[in-house]
Design a protein around this ligand. Sequence first.
Ligand code: AMP
Length: 399
Amino acid sequence: MTNANAYPASQSIRTIGILGGGQLGMMLAEAALPLGYRCIFLEDTPDCPASLYGKVYSTQQLDDFISAADVFTLEFENTPVETVEHLTKLSNEGNKQGMFPPVQALAVAQDRLKEKALFNELDIATVPFLAVSSKDELKDACAQLGLPLVLKTSRGGYDGKGQFVLKSTSDIDAAWADLGGAVTGDNDLVPHPAPLIAEGFIHFSREVSIIAGRAQDGTVRCYDLVENHHHHGILAKTQAPAVGASHLLATAKDAISTLMAHLDYVGIMALELFVSKDDDGKETILANEIAPRVHNSGHWSIEGAVTSQFENHIRAVVGLPLGDTDNVHPSVMINILGQYPNVADTLAIDGTHYHSYHKEERADRKIGHITLMPPDVADLDKALSALVKVLPNKVGLDK
Ligand code: AMP
């Protein structure tokens, strides 16, 4: 496929090996091409979205995948740590340029208990939480943290799966029946037996996230805070920037910069945050989780920022300087869930940018996104109402 003479002789990195081949891999490859790089993917679904942009290797072909790439990154954070350690070891032995982000970031992101403990160690505020390894410990957690309480698998959950909200102590049996198998190893959602995490339930006023990139020389560039609306744990809508949140930006930037420096991070990271009000009505932020990769709440940046999260991730991975993260225009990003809208009807609304992931329609599955950036910002609400009308699936868009 690649003509060996198609690169400048001085370019030592030509092929980026990406773990995972979903839509995030596809959008990374889209950003890599104009910079002069090709991507290949490690993924067991041969016709995955990223296959439109580069060769897909199955996990059985890990060693071939490693030989074919010059540098490595990921788009799927549940890649087993052992695979990434193996890849890091082999790539250090060969003539490779490394794995970014480093494996320790992945290990933290895959374990909610480790993750929240690290936040607190670095003075980043979180909801109160406890490890739970038995039904008795769950009873203790209810007594200590109060009700309602959110019980989550510490590993393996995603998009709101592997969670149970206990409203009263009479829910303890049902919660344990649902998630206790994660502790004993008898639950499909988790890769290894591990304690659960019990978190105090927070009545947050909104959910926001911050995305930042860290280059190989340690330079950090942060995007603006964005506001996220979920439906059953799946992101439905992102507003960029979050309105009226500039007073929270410095704390969020500080938190993500501290985390990235601590983890010796390279690439894009997302930090999801709850905004809560204290007794005096003052807003504060509490860290919920990190994603050690490009993130759905940053898709708006393809059109809405000077440099997209995808381009900045590629720049970091290959050792280039990061680009400007400023907003060029306020925008709203809507996920296409389950069923595609009519493209012509969508594009008839001024300022829409349509992104299909070329995935089959399936109930509530993320199969694309639309970014709304009408020429006049004052038209954003009107454009959003028009868009909601043409979407077959409107879940999560009532707010
Ligand atoms: P997570 O998998 O941790 O991102 O949780 C999925 C969604 O559940 C979040 O986006 C919140 O809307 C909600 N949630 C998670 N943890 C809590 C909590 N401790 N208190 C209240 N809501 C929560």
